[in-house]
Each structure stands twice: as structure tokens, then as C-alpha cells.
Design a protein around this ligand. Structure first.
Ligand SMILES: [Zn+2]
Length: 321
């Protein structure tokens, strides 16, 4: 985990009492089980992934096909590594690169699901979330009897690390403003702002593939990594151009950064309304922000309960009963 500056959060518990309660929405799971087979980007081995319906309140749960490995709750607090990808662990077993599946589940608003696999990494598929999303839609998404409250921020929440930052502002809806500045002529000083809903996510974000630099390939391979990587599952950049013949979007790489952010925020397991402003961010900042958002949500919900208990007791006092 990267080191963060410790910033004071301006949390005002009284601020929530004047806000309308957030609208609830139905929890969702899959209608039927679905299996997805692909290659692990690091191991190069075949991975079998099974997504199964789960009862309301289960949340998103990773299961190993070896029962003794146990389950991993999808949560910002299950994250043990954010280098290149997000790795979740329960101490016995770990799973790398969960973020692309999570971006697909966030878009489909699936809140309860068993995610079973026989590897330490998710299949990379085509390097994007498109195939996960198609599989989810093909299995069918059904509403459960219980509801879930989307996260609505009452204050700005942010993390800063040197010249990198990630801010979440209260906002009605989901908006992302992303700035990247890689040392590469095609990826320096680029920005993108998008208002997102499920349709725009599905059409303009989920198909954006992960990317890497040819200059890093030898180093990563020497560490036994990226055995499964190829031009079929990544956008690859040479010193001054793209190695792939076609891009899916002119700014595919920045769109993939947005995809990663959406996937990382779904570690929270709830839809979120916010305006995210990211500059040179990545998985480390994303996960640190998700943890801070969890803290603020707990503070807000406690304040709301207290305010509602206070309102009830004054009503009782007013009626004299
Ligand atoms: Zn990614």
C-alpha cells in the first residue's frame, strides 16, 4: 500500500440532518449461474470463473474452488496489494485483478453474488470488462426483495500522494474527471470528464482495454509476470506510438483508468453518487479513497440514526406520552 498524507477530513455530523434520505434501490443478483473461461495475465494459465446467484445481503463474495481456502469478502479492507492491480485476500488465499469484473458488476448494479474461481487471478479476457459484462447480461440480472441505499457523500473526501490526488465530491449522479500525465508523448497531459450511467459505462468505459509500455515488458517478464499478456488483451505503447493496429477509442487508455476507478470503488459493494476528480491516480489511491469513503459513510449513518432518534424523542416529549 502506498503511503498517504494524513489529511483531516471535514466531517460535520450535523450536515446530514438537513439532507433528504437517499433513495433506496433493489438489491440485485444473477438469474442463473454463468461460467467464464480465460487466461490469467500473469500465470498464463487457464482460469475458470463461475458467477452464481446469492441471497439478498450476501454482498460480493469470492470463493476458491478449493474449499479449504475459504471465502473473501469484497471490501476495501480485504485489499492486500495495489501494485498494477487490486489483490484481495483472506489471509489463506488471494485473488489478483478483481477490478475489471467489479467494474462490470457495478455497471449491472449486481450487489449479491458468489464469485468462484480456481486460480489466484481473474481471467484477463480481452483486457477490458466487456466480456464479463456480456456474461452477466446473458445470465440475467434479477431484483431481490431487499433494498440497498446508494452512497451519497455529505462532504468532500480525498487522498493525496505527492502530485497525485483523488477527490470525491458530493454530487447527484456519477461523474468522473480524470487527468493522466505519463512520460509518453501519447499519454501526457490528457484529461477527460464524463457523466456516467449504466448505458454510458457499458458503451464507452467497459470496452476500454488495459495498457502497458513495451519498455516495462522485459522487467515484468524477468519477475515471472505477464506470461499471459499479448496484443489480444492489452494496448501496448512503444516509445512513441501504439503497437496495436486499432484502438477502440481515441483515448482508450484514460477510459481504462476510469474503468479501474469504477471497479475499485465497487469494492464498497454499493452504488455511489459522487463526482470523482483524479489526477495521476491509480489503484493505491483508489483503495485509500474507498476506505475513507467507508469511514465517512459510517459517520453519516450514525449521525442520521442519532438525528432520527432525537426527532422521535422530541416528538414523544411534545405529545407528553
Ligand atoms: Zn485495469
Amino acid at each position: 500500500m502506498t503511503r498517504m498524507n494524513h489529511l483531516q477530513l471535514d466531517i460535520n455530523p450535523n450536515a446530514v440532518s438537513t439532507m433528504a434520505p437517499p433513495a433506496q434501490q433493489a438489491r440485485r443478483t444473477l438469474k442463473t449461474e454463468t461460467t467464464i473461461t480465460g487466461v490469467g495475465v500473469h500465470s498464463g494459465e487457464t482460469v475458470h470463473l463461475k458467477l452464481s446467484p446469492a441471497p439478498a445481503g450476501t454482498g460480493l463474495v469470492l470463493r476458491s474452488s478449493s474449499k479449504e481456502d475459504g471465502e473473501i469478502e469484497v471490501s476495501p479492507y480485504s485489499v492486500v496489494n495495489t501494485l498494477n492491480a487490486v489483490t484481495l485476500s483472506n489471509g489463506k488465499w488471494q485473488v489478483q485483478t478483481v477490478e475489471h469484473l467489479l467494474a462490470a458488476l457495478a455497471t449491472a448494479e449486481v450487489t449479491d453474488l458468489y464469485i468462484e474461481l480456481d486460480s489466484f487471478e481473474m481471467p484477463i479476457m480481452d483486457g477490458s470488462s466487456a466480456e464479463f459484462y456480456s456474461a452477466v447480461l446473458a445470465a440475467g440480472v434479477v431484483e431481490l426483495d431487499e433494498t440497498i441505499e446508494p452512497i451519497r457523500l455529505t462532504n468532500a473526501v480525498w487522498v493525496v500522494e505527492g502530485d497525485k490526488y483523488l477527490v470525491a465530491l458530493p454530487h447527484d449522479g456519477l461523474r468522473v474527471s480524470y487527468h493522466i500525465d505519463y512520460q509518453h508523448p501519447l499519454l501526457s497531459g490528457k484529461s477527460l470528464t464524463l457523466d456516467l450511467d449504466s448505458q454510458i459505462l457499458a458503451d464507452e468505459i467497459l470496452p476500454a482495454r488495459t495498457f502497458g509500455f513495451l519498455r516495462d515488458v522485459d522487467h515484468l517478464k524477468s519477475k515471472g509476470l505477464i506470461k499471459g499478456a499479448s496484443l489480444d488483451n492489452a494496448v501496448v505503447l512503444t516509445e512513441d506510438h501504439y503497437l496495436n493496429e486499432d484502438l477502440r477509442f481515441p483515448e482508450e487508455c484514460i477510459r481504462h483508468k476510469v474503468l479501474d476507478l469504477i471497479g475499485d470503488m465497487y469494492l464498497l459493494g454499493r452504488p455511489i453518487h459522487a463526482h470523482f476528480i483524479a489526477s495521476k491516480a491509480g489503484h493505491g489511491l483508489d483503495v485509500a479513497l474507498a476506505r475513507r469513503i467507508m469511514t465517512q459513510v459510517s459517520v453519516d449513518e450514525l449521525a442520521r440514526k442519532r438525528a432520527s432518534a432525537g426527532a422521535k424523542s422530541s416528538a414523544v416529549a411534545a405529545t407528553g406520552s
